[in-house]
Design a protein around this ligand. Structure first.
Ligand SMILES: [Zn+2]
Length: 339
């Protein structure tokens, strides 16, 4: 499928289908709308020496609908504060800072990127987590953290300063960065989730995440809700409430144990699309039928490509450095200083 068609389909999914699921009252928050659904073109050639020591980034605030100009390092503090719990291990926070900076640099026009394409704002990045990456202002950090603001802020600022100017590169270009909350014990191959092949994404173990809050979750639907959601998206399906279990078959799994393909009422769809449709935490799921209820049990939280934030925290807790964390999740990359 051509990239623009893929983008169009994702837009339709985000704009039309997911809100309709929200209206149905299912518990859904940010799990489906993940960062960087859009792949930047390969062959970007970043110009690492143009911006000097204090590069500025143009950030489109999608809430206030205005562009903010700020030092890149200050922006990274706001991204780490938004994307990872401040309670996480300092090495995980540093790894997150490098990942966030890599994503920003790959998009920044001054480095040869094409900027954020979502709002027509002309900015380098936006603050919408479903598109570029989340960012939170100082004022909102203070509101959220209250008494812990000073210590959290100091910890995150330290993680950003300790990794100042560092990004992940592959063949001298910033990598296409993906990260997510919690794995199912393994990471996912990028080609299973996004329509691209990138050599630095491979299936690797991600250990010690079983006690994470979102490691296991159950999503419950009535059989009517389940059928309605499916038929709204696939009107040609012959799915009926009666004998649902016989009409739903998982056809195969990816190498990482997530569902690759599932047949529902005679229609075959990819596990990742089933996940989006029902607002599931993960494409690693199994389905249980109980009376008129459909219970979908998930393992992990997020698409599974690249760094698991919980996995990074566990590696840090076990003595891993941020370099070891990054090189575990992003294969054969270099950590390069660009200023
Ligand atoms: Zn954006």
């Amino acid at each position: 499928m051509r990239w623009w068609l893929y983008g169009l389909l994702l837009t339709i999914l985000v704009v039309l289908i997911i809100p309709s699921v929200i209206v149905k009252g299912c518990s859904i928050d940010r799990q489906v709308l993940e960062q960087t659904m859009e792949i930047e073109p390969e062959g970007l050639s970043i110009t690492m020496e143009t911006l000097g020591d204090t590069p500025q980034i143009k950030v489109y605030n999608h809430i206030d609908k205005e562009i903010m100009d700020m030092p890149l390092e200050q922006y990274i503090v706001g991204v780490v504060a938004a994307e990872m719990p401040a309670s996480f291990n300092i090495e995980a926070l540093k790894a997150q800072a490098v990942a966030a900076r890599t994503l920003a640099v790959r998009k920044m026009k001054a480095y040869g990127g094409r900027g954020c394409s979502k709002y027509g704002s002309g900015a380098d990045v936006c603050t919408f987590y479903g598109h570029c990456q989340a960012w939170i202002s100082d004022i909102d950090q203070e509101k959220n953290w209250k008494g812990e603001y000073d210590s959290n802020r100091a910890k995150i600022t330290n993680a950003v300063q300790e990794t100042r100017g560092l990004i992940l590169t592959y063949q001298d270009n910033p990598i296409e960065v993906f990260y997510y909350s919690t794995s199912n014990g393994k990471t996912e191959d990028v080609s299973e989730v996004f329509s691209t092949q990138l050599p630095y994404y491979q299936v690797v173990d991600s250990k010690g995440e079983e006690d994470a809050p979102k490691y296991r979750e159950v999503f419950t639907f009535t059989d009517k809700e389940f059928v309605d959601i499916f038929k709204r998206q696939y009107p040609n399906s012959n799915l009926t409430r009666k004998g649902l279990d016989a009409q739903i078959n998982i056809l195969g799994y990816t190498e990482s144990g997530r569902v690759a393909e599932i047949s529902v009422g005679g229609i075959k769809i990819q596990g990742k699309d089933f996940r989006s449709l029902y607002g599931l935490n993960s494409a690693d799921f199994r389905i249980e039928y109980s009376g008129d209820k459909v219970l979908i049990h998930t393992t992990g939280y997020g698409h599974g490509v690249g760094m698991s934030q919980v996995g990074a925290d566990r590696m840090g807790e076990n003595g891993g450095t941020y370099q070891e964390i990054l090189k575990h999740y992003y294969i054969d990359v270099k950590i390069d200083r660009i200023y």
